[in-house]
Ligand binder design. Structure first.
Ligand SMILES: Nc1nc2c(ncn2[C@@H]2O[C@H](COP(=O)(O)OP(=O)(O)OP(=O)(O)O)[C@@H](O)[C@H]2O)c(=O)[nH]1
Length: 573
């Protein structure tokens, strides 16, 4: 973390101007070059496979090809990219039409054997001498232990930029009228309909079928139907834009562990209000970001260019160090999705929710967004002891108490015996899982990384609070009221000393805490320190290595938990 990120959180709104004068930039140009004529050499690991041709393979070779496809799909958690007509060193040799047709037919047979679908993403035609073609194909197969491939996407941005509207348009399949029509069905509370502002977190889903076609409410009547028809499902987490709801927004971001964040900016107002702060939080939590500039129907080209330039300066600034990449066509979408994680690219879309301009590019991008966690890491977490973090509570007549949240480790099945806690005195109690639901549908099993709802037997709602966990009975207890952390102050008007009180966010834990020890007299903006925090009210279940954010008024900081001081009830009496 360096000092420039503090500009994201500081109260100094002249940041953009300062940055513009500090950095030279190529006005309006994509920093990425055009897709090269050749690709980088094939990598052994990962989900991308190069195949020069797949013409009439022998039975023996076919077996090998199918096994290899299965492995590539596992590497990509259900998605693999095949580059046909490309040599292992990345050279785009290309194939004649007949060879390409035969290769695609073999690829289709291989996919059929595994129950996977194929979708051609793009084609390159080389015209030097004889006409030759190379193709990029997406192979998708929902892993056996999953109902669909799923990703979580947090939607961030200032108030009124059109976050709920974009979600409404994507999930309902109907354009907006510029006066709030599309966002209407996303609101949860009466006061939200009255003010038009999102104050709580709402979750929407957008599906894609095996051919990359959108599956949403335009053709489906229920969430069940969307889930059934989708092979990839994106959960869109609509977070509030207004400053007043910043705590809820941070909670949504830390508690939901999104795979990606979509920062929405209004073309006519540019970087305003909470935009920089939202971007800063996503960066602090290391969530990959892409930007959607909305409402392009409302402004002149010059105004849009000013917004884009402003954005590019912030993204390129030393604290952010991203490569802004404007998306203008389908080719850009594929380049951006392929480079998002490895090459620090931040794609910038320019759309209108009223005219629908470029929304097809955004949908295409969402369809091919790759999974973030490497498959080996995911597998390790699935095998680990269970830990489910609670971020929502419901009481349903005839069912009882239901907890919603994310399973970070292990798996949960109906009938499992788990420990629920910590309560106010730091203890955990045995509970039995009645049923498990994902996307409002019952399911057999949930696994690490998934968001789900778990109905518990014989537990009263009043005995549970957000931030509690469900863990395996064998799990080591990591409950504490005091913990050590390395912190970094993003903004404080003076200096932070011992006894400083702040709201601490760690995953779904949100509680006031006090610095009771600090390894120096005081810390100011841009400075680091090792501190000991003490929660004000009750012990919490947290882990070493967890990222934390703290915020009080205009003071903001981030850090990492380095040591847990195990909670001993007697000491705290
Ligand atoms: N002309 C035009 N209006 C839009 C567009 N997108 C959204 N709007 C309008 O902008 C207003 C604000 O949209 P919302 O979706 O409520 O904004 P929001 O970012 O979700 O706001 P918060 O929930 O308060 O954070 C509504 O009246 C929309 O109809 C667009 O592309 N063009």
């Amino acid at each position: 973390m360096n000092e420039y990120l503090t500009d994201m959180f500081g109260s100094d709104d002249s940041f953009c101007e300062k940055e513009i004068s500090r950095i030279s930039y190529q006005n309006g140009q994509n920093v990425m070059e055009e897709l090269p004529a050749n690709l980088p050499p094939e990598e052994e690991e990962g989900n991308v496979e190069y195949k020069l041709k797949l013409v009439k393979p022998s039975d023996f070779r076919m077996e090998h090809l199918v096994t290899q496809m299965k492995w590539r799909l596992e590497e990509g958690q259900g998605e693999a990219i095949y580059e046909i007509g490309v040599e292992d060193n990345g050279f785009l040799t290309g194939l004649s039409d007949t060879e390409m047709d035969a290769s695609l037919s073999t690829l289709k047979k291989m996919a059929d054997r595994l129950g996977a679908s194929i979708e051609v993403l793009r084609e390159k035609v080389t015209e030097v001498g004889e006409r030759k073609r190379a193709m990029e194909v997406l192979v998708r197969k929902v892993p056996d232990d999953q109902q669909f491939i799923d990703l979580k996407l947090a939607v961030l941005g200032n108030v009124d930029v059109g976050k709920s509207t974009i979600l409404g348009v994507l999930t309902q399949g109907e354009l907006d009228n510029g006066r709030g029509r599309a966002r209407l069905n996303l609101f949860r509370h009466l006061h939200e309909i009255q003010t038009g502002r999102t104050s709580s977190i709402s979750y929407e889903i957008l599906g894609f079928d095996g051919n990359g076609q959108v599956v949403n409410y335009s053709a489906c009547r229920s969430i069940e139907e969307i889930c059934e028809r989708s092979s990839k499902l994106i959960t869109l987490i609509d977070l509030a834009g207004h400053h007043k709801y910043l705590k809820t927004t941070i909670f949504g971001l830390t508690g939901n562990c999104p795979d990606f964040a979509m920062l929405v900016v209004s073309a006519n107002t540019g970087i305003a209000g909470t935009t920089k702060e939202h971007l800063g939080y996503a960066l602090a939590l290391k969530v990959p970001v892409f930007v959607v500039v909305n409402k392009i129907d409302m402004c002149r080209r010059a105004v849009l260019d000013r917004t884009l330039n402003q954005l590019e300066q912030i993204l390129k600034s030393p604290g952010v160090k991203k490569v802004p990449f404007r998306i203008e066509n389908s080719d850009d979408v594929l380049t951006a999705a392929g480079n998002l994680l490895a090459n620090n690219i931040t794609p910038i879309f320019t759309v209108s929710s009223v005219t629908g301009d470029n929304l097809d590019l955004l949908k295409q991008f969402l369809n091919i967004l790759p999974p973030v966690t490497p498959s080996c890491e995911r597998e390790k977490r699935v095998q680990d002891m269970t830990e489910f973090q609670i971020d929502e509570l419901f009481s349903v007549p005839d069912v009882g108490t239901i907890v919603g949240g994310i399973i970070h480790r292990g798996s949960i099945r109906e009938g499992d015996q788990l420990m629920l806690g910590p309560n106010d005195t730091g203890s955990y109690r045995e509970v039995k899982v009645k049923t498990v639901h994902r996307n409002r549908l019952p399911c057999r099993l949930i696994q690490a990384g998934q968001a789900a709802c778990v109905a518990l037997m014989d537990v009263e709602r009043k005995d549970i609070r957000k931030g509690m966990v469900l863990v395996s009975p064998q799990s080591p207890i990591v409950c504490c009221k005091e913990f050590e952390a390395d912190i970094y102050v993003l903004f404080h008007s003076k200096s932070i000393t011992k006894n400083f009180q702040t709201t601490i966010h760690i995953g779904t834990v949100r509680q006031t805490g006090t610095i009771i020890q600090i390894d120096r007299d005081h810390i100011k903006t841009n400075e680091k320190a090792r501190v000991t925090f003490m929660f004000k009210y009750k012990p919490e279940h947290i882990r070493v290595g967890a990222r934390l954010l703290f915020r009080e008024g205009r003071s903001k900081g981030m850090g990492e938990v380095t040591r847990i001081i195990p909670f001993d009830e007697d000491i705290h009496r």
